[in-house]
Design a protein around this ligand. Structure first.
Ligand SMILES: NC(=O)c1ccc[n+]([C@@H]2O[C@H](COP(=O)([O-])OP(=O)(O)OC[C@H]3O[C@@H](n4cnc5c(N)ncnc54)[C@H](O)[C@@H]3O)[C@@H](O)[C@H]2O)c1
Ligand SMILES: [Zn+2]
Ligand SMILES: [Zn+2]
Length: 382
């Protein structure tokens, strides 16, 4: 089969790879009809994620058609159209039983913090991902769901990570009616978090980034106020000014380890790897939220410490909430919001790229060229 293959930082190719096979009775093999590139894939692409091995296939957002099922699979059959959450999880351990699917205890012998994620390095279990013609789906009775007849393929695809994560970010922000919610990052996660904040009762939503096309999308798609942090000496002062000098009630970090805005932090984190990610956006979040407020962290950071302003968070009495998204937990609500028209996920898709051209897709998305916001990958585009 043809598959995206990692060859080292900033190098991905499409190569012939062995077809995945059923390795356990509850596995399924899925023929991928659509995948996406996530901001998280950029951390891998930039060589930021420990134990990203040459030869592995990325891709944790994908939908497809069931090609083959193992002998114990009960919920799926050949030919079913399925959406697959980015988490690999068992569904029955201590953590899965409590809905913490992203923290499953049975799927990742390499770490005790994170569970399993498709195509996300051996730190996250070493599972090959869906930027390929076929993918092995473990625990096939647990994660995947049959795509509802009324749902568009692209909308289903976006439910497998980006939309679920943005929504989760708003959920963890503990939004009360009328709250001022600030969102750092206007990528796919930030756009969905901003949109979701309204669904949870926000009275005002402010999105911060430095890419004008994405801020324009935040105004149109998420009906948010926007601030371009490059236009201010100190964005935190501007955020305080914009919120009656109290700060926002809740702030959602949708940026993560490669945040811009402070040269020293960026270089020590991304070039010299002296910290587990640039904490600029997270520190801006801690500084911009009001005392007693909540910071919800969806941005991904490495396992090592970062220079986070923890003392300030403590002294302000903040609540910090975070996790990899337990995707399937969000689906019942997302399905009804999509069905009744409150959410139209694929409004943010800007690029549709054949798998054979995925290297160009990574380059465009990574360098934020061509007004790219969300690239979709098509394995069978010919
Ligand atoms: N928690 C989860 O389950 C989960 C799931 C998916 C993605 N993520 C993470 O969420 C983050 C965002 O993902 P994405 O797909 O939207 O990525 P993206 O790279 O498309 O978007 C990030 C945005 O942040 C902006 N930015 C950079 N520095 C900033 C700063 N200091 N302040 C404000 N904005 C800044 C960038 O210009 C960009 O628009 C990534 O770290 C990704 O790994 C987490
Ligand atoms: Zn992702
Ligand atoms: Zn589990």
């Amino acid at each position: 089969m043809r598959a995206m293959v990692y060859r080292g930082p900033y190098k991905v190719r499409v190569e012939d790879k062995d077809m995945p096979t059923i390795e356990h009775p509850n596995d399924a093999i899925v023929r991928v009809t659509m995948a996406a590139i996530c901001g998280s894939d950029l951390h891998l692409y930039h060589g930021m994620m420990p134990d990203t091995r040459v030869g592995t296939t990325f891709g944790h957002e994908f939908i497809g058609v069931v090609e083959q099922v193992g002998p114990s699979v009960r919920n799926l059959k050949r030919g079913d159209r399925v959406m697959v959450p980015f988490n690999v999880y068992c569904g029955s351990c201590y953590f899965c039983a409590r809905g913490l699917y992203s923290n499953c205890h049975n799927v990742n012998p390499n770490a005790t913090a994170v569970g399993g994620i498709y195509g996300y390095s051996h730190t996250c279990g070493g599972y090959d991902g869906g930027q390929a013609e076929f993918v092995r789906v473990p625990f096939a009775d647990v994660g995947p769901a049959i795509i509802p007849d009324w749902m568009d393929d692209e909308d289903a695809l976006l439910c497998t990570d980006a939309l679920a994560t943005g929504y989760f970010g708003a959920q963890l922000a503990d939004i009360a009616e009328g709250d001022v919610v600030a969102v750092f990052g206007a990528g796919p996660i930030g756009l969905y978090a901003a949109k979701s904040a309204w669904l949870m009762g926000a009275g005002r939503v402010i999105v911060v980034d430095h890419l004008e096309n994405r801020l324009a999308k935040a105004r149109i798609f998420a009906h948010a106020e926007t601030r371009n942090f490059a236009e201010y000496d100190d964005i935190v002062v501007e955020m305080k000014k914009a919120t009656g000098w109290l700060g926002a009630d809740a702030v959602i970090d949708c940026v993560g380890a490669e945040a811009d805005g402070n040269f020293t932090q960026h270089v020590t984190a991304t070039k010299f790897k002296l910290q587990g990610g640039s904490p600029v956006a997270l520190n801006w979040a801690i500084d911009s939220v009001r005392k007693g407020g909540t910071v919800s962290v969806m941005g991904a950071y490495g396992p090592m410490f970062s220079a986070v302003k923890f003392g300030d968070a403590m002294n302000k009495g903040l609540t910090l909430r975070m996790n990899q998204c337990p995707v399937k937990r969000q689906w019942p609500r997302l399905f009804s919001h999509i069905q009744n028209g409150y959410l139209k996920p694929n409004d943010i898709v800007t690029h549709r790229i054949p798998l054979e051209h995925i290297a160009e897709g990574y380059h465009i998305f990574s360098s934020k060229l061509d007004n790219c916001i969300k690239p979709v990958v098509l394995p069978n585009a010919g």
